[in-house]
Write a protein that binds this ligand. Structure first.
Ligand SMILES: Nc1ncnc2c1ncn2[C@@H]1O[C@H](COP(=O)(O)OP(=O)(O)OP(=O)(O)O)[C@@H](O)[C@H]1O
Length: 611
């Protein structure tokens, strides 16, 4: 061997065919899609020269008692002997693209030159009888999965077109059954432009229907409402009540966005059905619409997107991004028009799909401005639309988290503050941006500690009277880094309110985590919490308007006070939905036991106070 000998890669043809036919596709059932696609492309090619030729595709299965044989017959362009050698028998060669440019747009569905190989998933031989529409002899081609093929001239002349025969290989029987064929032809080919008929016991039956006008002109869908809804039910399986027609500016992608009858989970998969050049590509296409559009299920047809070789996905390229943007815009602008011309219709959609609408409103201020008044929020006066809330209350408060909301909502409500729960997804962002879309709206984030600003201070005399007891109560809660403040506030049924600053809240969470953590992690957390030791104290507000607190303090220094304060502290934690640490739980346990004990021997206890 000299230093510069050149060699050629060798191809193991059988191995290549095995990879392409058995491992590229998600299921053997796609063989039917590939055959349909070739038949449709052949008819399209013939109509390019003979525009008046009427396409027809027929499928039947024979072979009672033995292995079934499927035949698919088209009256398309057919193949000459030269075509067979060049296209049918060369893997990766296709008559449907110009030159070697895969990206070049054509009117055909196929372009890779590998689709026919999928037939080897269900059959050990592909037999093709063909007559070219351009003349020449009728031919028979037989191809095998080991990469060999034969060609024979037929004695009789066939009508122009092609018949493909597949004999079922053992294990593939299910893919030749009548029921499978009928449902799969409809599944893949419901939108194909030529009649596809299947042989049944009653004769040939057309499986796909004539295409309605609104497939070509989606803007006409509105005047064919019943038909559009019926197609939606047949193809997508849901009973829809409303839809939005979709169309891109080029007119090369169109569709119908059916509005889902019920609200869906944010993480639910968006299962849109997408057709490329009228052939089903995917029923799980998730990336064809913007993220926020999870309230619709779509039928989309396109002739401009590019398929990957598996033919089940689109390339995520600029074109897809553009189409996605335009389809999203079609939905958005229909919603905007509804706000102006059919607010009831929009309100019904928002009623079931508030989350989707909020997702879009967060992304798009203009949209938010148009629809904010119908968006529902959870507030201290109940579930309300923003419009209603703003009508009655100029100043709205909102919280950042659900916990904060729970901690203060009943107290805030008693002070006549209207608090919106910002803890649900998108609500905090939307509330904070409300002034941008509604003139004069005043919004303010409310922290648990803020509600105390509305509490009433004690008079100087009350302060003197309760000084000793307050000091003792304060000392009792030192170990919980909590100070006690005696105030008057509403509601009077509430004896105590626990609030803490952001820093002391962080410290509290850290310490709780530390309790549950492993030794190593716990020491790391220990270092972190050391840095927060100066975080300041939490506050337990005791409500002198509450009859029990009032009695507790009026009786001055007494034996029951320390344990009562601790119990009020843990009770306030529970009311505020704060998780409790071990020490607090043990206070709760021993406190309950002690109070029961006191109750049982009430004659004996010191203060004579019953709580
Ligand atoms: N029914 C048919 N009528 C006429 N020509 C056909 C027919 N079926 C296949 N062919 C020819 O065989 C070639 C190879 O077909 P194959 O299905 O493997 O690939 P393709 O359709 O070109 O591309 P793709 O892999 O994207 O489907 C086609 O390009 C076409 O020239």
């Amino acid at each position: 061997m000299s230093q510069h000998d050149n060699y050629r890669f060798q191809v193991n043809l059988g191995g290549m065919i095995d990879i392409l036919s058995n491992h590229l596709y998600s299921s053997p059932k796609v063989y039917l899609r590939e055959l349909l696609q070739n038949a449709v492309d052949a008819v399209t090619a013939r109509r390019e020269n003979e525009p008046l030729a009427e396409g027809s595709i027929k499928i039947d299965v024979t072979g009672a008692g033995g292995p079934a044989t499927l035949t698919i017959q088209d009256n398309g362009i057919g193949l000459t002997e030269e075509n067979i050698h060049e296209f049918l028998a060369v893997i990766g060669q296709s008559s449907k693209r110009s030159g070697d440019l895969l990206a070049q747009p054509t009117s055909f569905i196929g372009r890779f030159g590998i689709g026919l190989l999928s037939c080897f998933m269900v059959s050990d031989e592909i037999v093709v009888l063909t007559q070219s529409a351009k003349g020449g002899p009728s031919l028979e081609w037989r191809g095998k999965p080991d990469g060999t093929y034969s060609i024979r001239k037929l004695d009789t002349e066939l009508t122009p077109g092609t018949r493909v025969f597949l004999r079922c290989k053992p294990g593939s029987e299910a893919y030749f059954e009548q029921e499978f064929l009928e449902s799969s032809i409809y599944y893949y080919g419901a939108l194909l432009p030529y009649p596809i008929t299947l042989q049944t016991e009653q004769g040939f039956k057309q499986i796909n229907e004539a295409l309605p006008i609104w497939i070509k002109h989606p803007d006409m869908a509105r005047s064919h409402k019943a038909e559009v809804l019926a197609w939606g039910e047949r193809l997508l399986g849901d009973r829809f009540k409303d839809f939005i027609p979709l169309q891109t500016a080029s007119g090369r992608t169109g569709g119908i966005a059916y509005i889902l009858p019920q609200g869906v989970n944010l993480n639910a998969k968006r299962a849109h059905r997408v057709y490329l050049k009228n052939m089903l590509v995917s029923e799980k296409a998730e990336n064809i619409l913007p993220e926020w559009a999870f309230f619709v299920k779509c039928l989309i047809w396109s002739d401009e997107l590019q398929l990957t070789a598996s033919r089940e996905h689109f390339y995520e390229n600029d074109q897809l991004e553009e189409v996605r943007g335009e389809l999203g815009e079609a939905i958005r602008s229909e919603l905007m028009t509804m706000a102006e011309l059919a607010p009831d219709r929009l309100q019904a959609i928002i009623g079931s799909h508030a989350l989707s609408m909020k997702a879009l409103a967060v992304e798009d201020e203009q949209f938010y401005r148009i629809i904010y008044r119908w968006l529902p929020f959870h507030s201290s006066i109940g579930q309300r639309e923003l419009g209603e809330l703003l009508q009655e209350h100029k100043h709205l408060y909102y919280t950042l988290t659900l916990d904060e909301y729970r901690q203060i909502t009943h107290v805030a409500a008693a002070q006549s503050l209207v608090v919106v729960n910002g803890g649900y997804i998108y609500d905090y962002e939307l509330m904070s941006r409300l002034p941008l879309v509604h003139n004069g709206a005043e919004v303010e984030r409310l922290l648990p500690e803020d509600v105390s600003f509305t509490f009433t201070d004690l008079t100087a005399e009350e302060r003197r009277n309760y000084y000793e007891a307050t000091r003792e109560a304060d000392a009792v809660l030192q170990e919980f880094r909590t100070q006690v403040q005696l105030k008057r506030f509403k509601p009077s049924e509430l004896p105590a309110l626990y609030t803490l600053s952001k820093e002391s809240s962080d410290l509290r969470s850290l310490e709780l985590t530390r309790e549950a953590a492993t030794d190593l992690f716990s020491s790391v957390l220990g270092n972190l919490s050391a840095g927060l030791q100066n975080a300041g104290y939490a506050t337990l507000y005791l409500n002198l308007d509450n009859p029990v607190i009032s009695r507790l303090f009026q009786s001055g220094k007494n034996a029951i006070l320390p344990i009562a304060i601790k119990m009020l502290y843990v009770n306030a934690l529970m009311m505020g939905h704060y998780p409790m640490n071990r020490q607090e739980l043990s206070v709760l346990n021993s406190g309950i036991i002690q109070f029961i004990d006191w109750g049982l021997s009430s004659k004996d206890h010191n203060g004579g106070t019953t709580v």
